[in-house]
Design a protein around this ligand. Structure first.
Ligand SMILES: [Zn+2]
Ligand SMILES: [Zn+2]
Length: 626
């Protein structure tokens, strides 16, 4: 680490993130996805143990060797890592951080939390898992456990001698969340992924951004050190004309000429060029989770989760099927695969994570294409080919599993471009299928409120679908949130409708001479549940295209005409219209989702604006801030 001269980085956040990234790469943990880590926990029986239970160093070593031996199984033969060395480096680092006095043991909580924080993978997945460790069975964060998490996670910066900037303090937890606040998963993610993130954890998202850009090449010269191979972040002065610094120079506060390091700088994570645009489009249409976050400081991959829904819908709006239960609802066994019936989903999940790593590697390679082709020999090309070949083989295997798909073996002799395009086309058609499956499964789930518990085991097709579901869970969640929101709105409307009806009735019964005070109308018969009303035949005037406005119109109409009209019928009509609106809403939502993936490639190839606007995002920097 000394050779890297990281200590000369003036900005403590960057210094910390760089050091931890350095440790991560040194131990080869950057190649390990959070899902692989979780799987290693499960394999070693850690999920069955209490979080406060203690783990001996020997057992910790076993966990680490599981992680790295599994990693080597996934790595291409040309990229095997030194397992023993990785284990010993990581073990030493963890012990230095968590057992400085040499007691020879750490708690399960510490091991899970530390490895989940420092491993590779998407920050969103990592935070989700961490949340599962610190929340109760209702999915609400336990503040004392969050405090405990901070206490432990901040030992990571301390272990790289950044304690003065990021050491634990009693106030740390309170600066993140108000003590009395109910913190759901969404709130937790929103807070930790916000911009800027809580001060004490600001290094964590930065570490991920760092990882994202470290292979990004900017074909411009650094105004200070004049290097022409600018990699990583690029900084542009907002005052001096065309004054650009490489990350090494900016972080160390270098300045030359009339430029001062007090000037405001913008941070760039990419370089605009035709090749770049193409690779962005590629990575975007691949859309599945490269092992890192997308090149975007605003974390667009995070679903827009409406916060105010927390008290109306459960934090996890749908259980798509019983089998697909999610980690945060089971704090003691946070591993989503730990459910007993998912036994043979395990290698599926493993393969999936594999796939993600491969795609991630591949996308990275693509992004660096202009450079790697020039600088590095045909070695790299061969890697690419083997990666593609491996991935193609996987796709083919998957295709075999899903009987309706035609296996398409990609001949390796084709040129790389063609293969890429085919790959993308395949992935996209896969995406569409998944979307359809999700919709189907959701309907099934809604129809059968209690699906048979072992359906997943009996039905191999369903199992294959489940495997795919994981990939699409984010989209689904987002869509469900929207759906729930609309549903809530409808319910509110319905409630108003009911109230109006009651009012109307009261008047009817109170008026002694009213012609409508006949028993048949005043009997307290249950009002038909509008959502499940199936009296569609009584509503000839209504089509599924009825909008919400239509509903309102019905209601007004129904009540504007006074007590002479049959209120019950009107209510039914209105209710039906709501049902129709809902179903058309669902349809719309789905068709929207379906065409989304379809259009990505075409529209992006055609339009420049996405690539130009979003590929060159920046952060404004006030040096005095850090
Ligand atoms: Zn420089
Ligand atoms: Zn300047």
């Amino acid at each position: 680490m000394r050779a890297q001269d990281l200590d000369s980085i003036r900005l403590s956040t960057y210094r910390t993130a760089c050091k931890l990234r350095f440790v991560q790469k040194k131990c080869n943990l950057h190649l390990v996805d959070i899902w692989n880590v979780i799987e290693a926990f499960r394999e070693n029986g850690l999920n069955a143990m209490d979080l406060n239970a203690e783990l001996s160093v020997a057992r910790l070593e076993v966990v680490l060797s599981t992680i790295f031996y599994q990693l080597n199984k996934r790595m291409p033969t040309t990229h095997q890592i030194n397992v023993e060395q990785s284990i010993s480096l990581l073990l030493n680092f963890l012990l230095a951080a968590y057992d400085p006095e040499g007691h020879g043991k750490t708690s399960i909580f510490v091991v899970k939390m530390a490895l989940a924080t420092i491993c590779g993978g998407k920050i969103l997945d990592k935070l989700r898992y961490i949340f599962s460790l610190i929340s109760d069975s209702a999915g609400i964060m336990v503040h004392s456990q969050f405090d405990q998490f901070l206490r432990e996670v901040l030992k990571l910066p301390m272990a790289v001698f950044e304690g003065p900037s990021f050491g634990y303090t009693e106030q740390a937890a309170r600066t993140c969340f108000a003590q009395q606040k109910k913190v759901s998963l969404n709130t937790f993610l929103d807070t930790l992924m916000s911009d800027p993130p809580p001060q004490c954890l600001v290094w964590l998202p930065l570490m991920h951004r760092l990882a994202n850009v470290e292979n990004v090449f900017h074909p411009v010269e650094c105004s200070y050190c004049h290097t022409e191979s600018m990699m990583g972040f690029r900084y542009r002065c907002q005052q001096c004309h065309n004054y650009q610094l490489c990350q090494d120079c900016f972080w160390r506060g270098h300045a030359s000429g009339s430029h001062s390091n007090q000037h405001q700088m913008k941070e760039y994570t990419s370089w605009k060029s035709p090749a770049k645009k193409l690779s962005h489009t590629l990575s975007k249409s691949l859309s599945c989770a490269s092992s890192r976050e997308p090149l975007h400081p605003l974390f667009p991959e995070m679903p827009d989760k409406p916060l105010n829904l927390a008290h109306i819908v459960p934090p996890r709006p749908v259980n798509i099927t019983n089998d697909y239960s999610f980690s945060h609802s089971m704090p003691t066994s946070g591993n989503p695969y730990s459910t007993k019936k998912l036994n043979y989903n395990l290698d599926v999940a493993d393969r999936l994570a594999d796939e993600h790593v491969l795609i991630g590697l591949y996308v990275n390679l693509l992004q660096n294409n202009p450079k790697t082709c020039l600088l590095e020999s045909s070695n790299h090309q061969d890697d690419e080919h083997s990666l593609i070949a491996r991935y193609a083989a996987r796709l083919a295997a998957d295709a075999a599993a899903q009987q309706q798909r035609v296996p398409t073996d990609l001949p390796c002799s084709l040129d790389a471009n063609k293969q890429q395009r085919q790959l993308i086309a395949e992935l996209e058609s896969k995406n569409r299928e998944i979307l359809q499956e999700i919709q189907r499964l959701r309907l099934q789930h809604e129809e059968a409120s209690q699906p048979p518990p072992d359906r997943g085991q009996q039905n191999p097709t369903l199992l294959a679908e489940l495997r795919l579901l994981r990939q699409r869970k984010d989209e689904l969640e987002q869509r469900m949130s929207t759906l729930q929101e609309s549903r809530r709105e409808l319910m509110v409307q319905l409630e108003q409708l009911m109230m109006l009806l009651k009012e109307e009735r009261k008047q009817a019964t109170q008026g002694p001479g009213s012609p409508r005070s006949s028993p048949s109308h005043t009997i307290n018969r249950p009002i038909p549940t509008p959502i499940h009303s199936d009296s569609a035949s009584t509503t000839p005037t209504h089509t599924p295209q009825d909008s919400l406005m239509g509903v309102g119109g019905d209601v007004q109409e129904a009540f504007a005409q006074g007590p002479r009209r049959n209120l019950r019928n009107d209510l039914l009509i209105a209710a039906d219209s709501i049902t129709n609106t809902m179903s058309s809403l669902v349809k719309e939502l789905n068709s929207e989702g379906g065409s989304e993936t379809e259009s990505t490639v075409d529209s992006d190839f055609g339009r420049e604006l996405l690539a130009t606007n979003s590929s060159d995002p920046f952060y404004a920097y006030k040096p005095s801030h850090v």
